[in-house]
Design a protein around this ligand. Structure first.
Ligand code: ZN
Length: 421
C-alpha cells in the first residue's frame, strides 16, 4: 500500500484533512430537498433516518447558479465557484463565438480535491452515471468510471479487468430508472475489491427526478433503492456526505403544457436584434428536459440591450436580468464564458430559444427541470454531527454545496482539525 504520510493537502487555497477512513460523497442529481423531506416524513428511507437519528445532520445549502449539473459537480469536487473552475454551464459560447458542451477537461481551470489527493498517493475514485461527467471529474489522474461505459471497461489503477463482472450485474442503460444505483454499486464493489480507497465521489443521474415528483411511484422506488445502498456504505464503515447538484421543479401548466418563454422569438417579435440565445442546460441527454431550464444567456448588440431588458422584464415569470459584469459578480462566473445578459425565470417557468428548435416529443413526462434560483437550495447531509468553524453557518443553512468536502473531511467528530483552524 502506497499511502501518503501527509495529514493535510491544499486544493484551490482550501486545506483538507487526508481521510484515514473510507469517505464517500454522493451527489444526487436533481435531488431536491422536497424528495428527502417527503421520504423522511413517510419513513421510506430507514437507513437515512437512522443515520440522522444517530447523530448525522441534514441542513440546506445553496448550489451554484445556474443550478445545473456540470457547474455544480465541478464546484462540489473543487471546493470553488465557477469563476475559478471555469465551467459556468453544461454548455456555453466561448469568446471566439463557438458553442461548446463543457465536457472536456481542457475547459477546467482548477484541480479537484481528489486530483490533489491522488497526487499525494491517496487512493480516490470518481464514479459517474453519465459519461459526459467522467472525463471532467477524472481530470488530474483520478481513477474514474461511468455506468454508461461500464460494460467491457476495466479500472487498471485498482486491478479491475471488467467493471460489470466485478459488480456481478449487467449495467443498466443511461435512461433506466436504476442507472444511478448502479453507480453506487460500482463504488461499493471497487471498495470491497480495494479497501485502501479513502475518498469516493459518486455522481448520480436525474432521469427519475426529471420525470417524477416527490411521492410518485418511480420516485419512491428510486429513493428506497438509494437508501438500501446508503445502508451498505454505512455498514462498511464509510463516513458519508450527501448533496445534490441542483433541485427540480415542474415547469408546466396543470394540463401538462410546458410553461416556456422562447426568448429568440419574443425578442424578434418585439423588433429587438439578438445574435444568440444560449441555454446552458443543453447536454446530450435531451430526453430529460428538451434543453429547457430556467436560465439563459443572451448575446446581442450593445445598442439593443436596454430594449431587450425592458422586453424581458415585462415577461411574467422572468425574475432576474443582469448584464455580464453584474452576472459575473453575483453568480461568481468566469466573465469570458457568459452572455451579454443573464436571465433567470420563476420556479414553474422555463426559458427557450426558438420554439421550432426545441423537440419535446421525447420527454419522459410533463416538463420538470431546473437551472434557476428556485432549484438552488440543496440538501447538505452528513453522517455525523458537524463541529468546528463551519458549524454555525451549516446550521444556519448558508453554506454552499462546494463546502461539503470541507464539512465531511474537516468538521466531523473524532477527526483532528486541519492545522489552519
Ligand atoms: Zn443535474
Amino acid at each position: 500500500m502506497n499511502t501518503t504520510t501527509a495529514r493535510t493537502i491544499t486544493a484551490n487555497d482550501r486545506v483538507y484533512r487526508v481521510p484515514q477512513e473510507p469517505t464517500v460523497v454522493f451527489t444526487v442529481d436533481g435531488g431536491d430537498p422536497d424528495y428527502f423531506d417527503d421520504a423522511l416524513d413517510r419513513a421510506i428511507m430507514p437507513r437515512l433516518a437512522g443515520m440522522l437519528a444517530a447523530g448525522g445532520e441534514y441542513r440546506l445549502g445553496a448550489s451554484e447558479m445556474p443550478s445545473l449539473t456540470n457547474p455544480n459537480n465541478l464546484s462540489i469536487v473543487t471546493g470553488v465557484s465557477p469563476a475559478l473552475h471555469g465551467v459556468p454551464g453544461n454548455y456555453c459560447r466561448l469568446e471566439d463565438g463557438t458553442l461548446e458542451l463543457l465536457n472536456d477537461p481542457k475547459f477546467l481551470r482548477a484541480p479537484s480535491i481528489h486530483a490533489v489527493l491522488a497526487a499525494h498517493d491517496v487512493p480516490t475514485l470518481m464514479v459517474t452515471t453519465k459519461e459526459k461527467l467522467r472525463r471532467l471529474l477524472g481530470h488530474g489522474g483520478v481513477p474514474s468510471i461511468s455506468v454508461e461505459e461500464a460494460a467491457g471497461t476495466g479500472l487498471p489503477a485498482y486491478g479491475v479487468e471488467d467493471l460489470q463482472d466485478l459488480v456481478g450485474v449487467e449495467a443498466p442503460g443511461i435512461y433506466d430508472w436504476d442507472a444511478s444505483h448502479y453507480a453506487m454499486r460500482l463504488g461499493l464493489a471497487i471498495y470491497r475489491h480495494h479497501r485502501d480507497l479513502r475518498l469516493l465521489y459518486v455522481s448520480l443521474t436525474d432521469r427519475v427526478q426529471h420525470a417524477t415528483a416527490p411521492g410518485e411511484e418511480l420516485s419512491d422506488r428510486f429513493l428506497v433503492a438509494f437508501d438500501t445502498l446508503l445502508g451498505e456504505y454505512l455498514d462498511e464503515g464509510f463516513t458519508v456526505g450527501i448533496t445534490a447538484d441542483h433541485g427540480m421543479n415542474a415547469k408546466h401548466a396543470p394540463d401538462g403544457t410546458p410553461t416556456v418563454h422562447y426568448l429568440t422569438d419574443v425578442l424578434q417579435d418585439a423588433g429587438v436584434e439578438v445574435h444568440d440565445v444560449v441555454l446552458p442546460i443543453t447536454d446530450p441527454y435531451v430526453r430529460h428536459h428538451g434543453a429547457l431550464g430556467s436560465f439563459a444567456w443572451l448575446y446581442l448588440p450593445e445598442s439593443a440591450r436596454a430594449r431587450a431588458r425592458a422586453v424581458l422584464a415585462a415577461l411574467p415569470g422572468v425574475e432576474e436580468v443582469w448584464d455580464r459584469g453584474d452576472a459575473a459578480t453575483i453568480y461568481e462566473h468566469p466573465v469570458d464564458r457568459i452572455g451579454d445578459l443573464a436571465v433567470t425565470a420563476a420556479a414553474h417557468v422555463a426559458l427557450g430559444a426558438r420554439e421550432r428548435d426545441h423537440d419535446l416529443s421525447g420527454l419522459h413526462a410533463a416538463l420538470r427541470s431546473h437551472g434557476g434560483r428556485h432549484e438552488q437550495p440543496v440538501p447538505l447531509i452528513t453522517s455525523r454531527p458537524v463541529s468546528g468553524p463551519l458549524a454555525a453557518r451549516y446550521r444556519a443553512g448558508v453554506l454552499r454545496s462546494r463546502d461539503l468536502h470541507d464539512l465531511v473531511l474537516n468538521h466531523l467528530p473524532n477527526h483532528p482539525p486541519a492545522p489552519n483552524e
